[in-house]
Design a protein around this ligand. Structure first.
Ligand SMILES: [Zn+2]
Length: 350
């Protein structure tokens, strides 16, 4: 038994006990609603490892079943938005499945390697377009796999790419999931790519999709809804999204923010302070955050939404992920929104 292990408490293979993260399984969580699986079990995805479909007039959606992106046929060259390594060369196969046009333009949504780390596949003759910050990141800290070339063209707030008359708006509205995370809008086809903000039908991945600026990430839901779009390609999980998906994701995020504000107001006479005292500062703050996180998680999962379902039933794996968003948003309220809990106000110098 390691020093960390506590008798009678189930733990993982490392015997870390409270020092480690909990390992959960299917029986701990609600079943995934069938419609949330999207493309995952489609025969072509199972057989080839990817699924490709035309969303609208030359704009195509490609997914590995976990990561997705889009490409646009223009009649004189293909514009590709992102190249997740999990799709890898399957993305080339997907493009060849629908067109012989060469890829002429590559657009980076943002610098994260899990979405753009296979960009090098398109070779040196392609124009690589990104936000200024994405170039800065890829110059300062090159992708160690050599997967993401330094962009050849950059912009700061807006650019319209016109390839053979097909117009694609590139918009940067400020920091969000990462600085430099842009929206790509195929204007005529009304298809938007907005990556790592929403996950259609699902809760976002841990900690607000591992975002750098939580306030900007939350606000980006409003930015998505400012577009007149029929489909939003969002990077995860198994399908592209609709306006309804974006509205649901925004409402879920805003509910977490509201309950987190409530938790800060409630957090005054917390029992764990008496229990643990102030001798281990991080134990105190662990419990302080965990109690507020559980408050927010319970309120959010049980919140009855506008379609009559609660979030726990409505968004796939909300019961897996809400606690991570709750923690991240609670911390963001303190760091990015300037809010202070009643507990903290009590111990602040007057
Ligand atoms: Zn990302």
């Amino acid at each position: 038994m390691s020093n960390f292990e506590k008798p009678g408490v189930p733990t993982d293979r490392y015997g870390l006990g409270a020092a480690g993260m909990p390992l959960n399984d299917h029986t701990d969580y609600r079943p995934i609603p069938a419609d949330a699986y999207g493309t995952l079990f489609l025969p072509d995805r199972l057989a080839k490892g990817y699924h490709v479909e035309e969303i609208n007039d030359g704009v195509h959606y490609v997914t590995s079943g976990a990561y997705d992106n889009m490409f646009i046929r223009t009649g004189n060259g293909v514009i590709v938005v992102d190249a997740p390594p999990l799709l890898g060369t399957n993305l080339l196969k997907a493009i060849r499945e629908v067109t012989d046009e060469p890829v002429t333009h590559f657009i980076y949504s943002h610098f994260h390697s899990d979405h753009v780390g296979a960009a090098h596949m398109f070779g040196p003759d392609v124009t690589y377009i990104a936000h200024d910050y994405t170039r800065e990141m890829l110059q300062r800290w090159p992708d160690l796999n050599g997967g993401a070339p330094v962009p050849t063209e950059t912009f700061s707030t807006h650019e319209t790419l016109d390839v053979n008359g097909v117009k694609v708006d590139l918009d940067y509205k400020g920091t969000n999931h990462t600085p430099g995370n842009i929206f790509v809008y195929a204007r005529e086809q009304k298809v938007l790519a907005a990556i790592d903000i929403i996950s259609p039908g699902w809760s976002a991945f841990k900690n607000c999709d591992a975002s750098e600026n939580i306030r900007g990430w939350a606000e980006a839901h409003d930015w998505i809804l400012e577009y007149d779009f029929k489909a939003v390609v969002s990077g995860h999980v198994n399908r592209w999204g609709t306006r309804e998906d974006a509205l649901a994701s925004r409402a879920y995020t805003n509910d977490i923010i509201d309950f987190a504000k409530e938790a800060l107001d409630e957090a005054e006479d917390l029992e764990f302070i008496q229990r643990h005292g102030f001798s281990n500062a991080w134990l105190l703050w662990e419990n302080y955050f965990n109690e507020m996180t559980n408050y927010v998680t319970k309120k959010t999962l049980e919140k009855v939404t506008d379609n009559g379902q609660n979030w726990g039933d409505r968004l796939a794996a909300a019961d897996v992920m809400t606690k991570y968003h709750a923690y991240t948003i609670l911390e963001a309220l303190r760091l990015e929104y300037g809010l202070t809990s009643r507990f903290e106000k009590r111990i602040l110098p007057q």
